[in-house]
Design a protein around this ligand. Structure first.
Ligand code: ADP
Length: 288
């Protein structure tokens, strides 16, 4: 069976449709252990992940090749999620399928004193992918309406205006040739607890543990409200959110792989034509 057919067979509804944020969708009701649209189990998922990783890699190579030939288009994956949702693993495994030369990775932590002196989109703007690149944001400008809102880091009249600012910013980004793939990753409270416990029980995971993660768990309802508002206010036609249940890592990874494949396929990329006379070059090479 052709690979694309097999993928289509296991995805009863394509990820791009089933995961797209819907108006009125309630995050509080999301089943984080579910596998929307996918009819296979874990072993199907893992096998498919490798197959589709190859497809992703070849599409990304085309994007890169076109970028080298002057195409200014790019794709930007935005990952937002609670601690332990699996952002790091998403980068390692999904983006791990593609050539690192073509990846512009950026992560956003607590703003530095310099960043604090600028508009919240300043550091984002500087990190945008160049033409031909697959950009990856591990956290993003959305922190400025999530952690900032939950912790009252700026007054409400400031953060509440940011949804419109973000929409405007993204509209211009898309008009400039960047396809945004915005992924909101959700893990259940129980699964988060067991992932945090694992970090406390394994020597190779201590480095991932941060005592403040436990304090953040107490703020779960406030975060849920902030994520809900983010989805309600910033899921647009030109830059929709995809809501990905993340308790099963194998599922979230194949889902995001499909979202990226879809974004790249829509660019309708071909290999760039030779910028030289092929026959003449063959002759020159033979004579050399
Ligand atoms: P991670 O927790 O993803 O491994 P870090 O240790 O760098 O990465 O932590 C990122 C932290 O920075 C998170 O707690 C996040 O909420 C915080 N952060 C990111 N952006 C902002 C922001 N604009 N304002 C305040 N805190 C932020």
């Amino acid at each position: 069976m052709h690979m694309a057919d097999k993928a289509r067979g296991l995805w009863k509804t394509p990820a791009i449709e089933v995961l797209r944020a819907r108006p009125g969708q309630r995050i509080a009701e999301l089943d984080c252990g579910s596998t929307p649209g996918f009819v296979g189990g874990k072993s199907d998922g893992l096998a498919l992940f490798e197959e589709r990783g190859t497809v992703l890699s070849s599409l990304q190579e085309k994007l890169y090749a076109n970028g080298r030939s002057g195409d200014s288009r790019s794709v930007l994956l935005v990952l937002q999620g609670m601690d332990t949702a699996g952002k790091g693993g998403m980068v390692r495994h999904v983006i791990g399928h593609v050539d690192p030369q073509g990846v512009d990775h950026a992560s956003f932590g607590v703003p530095t004193p310099e960043e604090k002196g600028h508009h919240f989109l300043w550091r984002i703007d500087k990190a945008l992918p160049r033409g031909g690149q697959l950009g990856v944001f591990d956290r993003s400008h959305y922190e400025d309406v999530l952690v900032v809102r939950v912790h009252d880091l700026v007054p409400e009249e400031i953060w509440s205006g940011r949804y419109d600012e973000i929409n405007q910013f993204e509209k211009e980004l898309v008009a400039g040739g960047t396809t945004l793939v915005k992924v909101a990753m959700f893990v259940s409270l129980d699964e988060q607890k067991s992932r945090l416990l694992e970090r406390l029980e394994r020597r190779d995971k201590y480095w991932k543990y941060n005592p403040s993660d436990v304090d953040e768990r107490r703020l779960w309802p406030a975060y849920q409200d902030a994520y809900q508002a983010m989805l309600d206010e910033t899921s647009t036609d030109y830059a929709p959110w995809y809501v990905v249940p993340c308790d099963r890592k194998w599922y979230s990874r194949i889902a995001v792989t499909e979202l990226l494949i879809d974004a790249l396929e829509k660019l309708d990329l071909d290999w760039p034509p030779a910028a030289f006379d092929i026959e003449a070059e063959k002759r020159r090479l033979a004579e050399s």
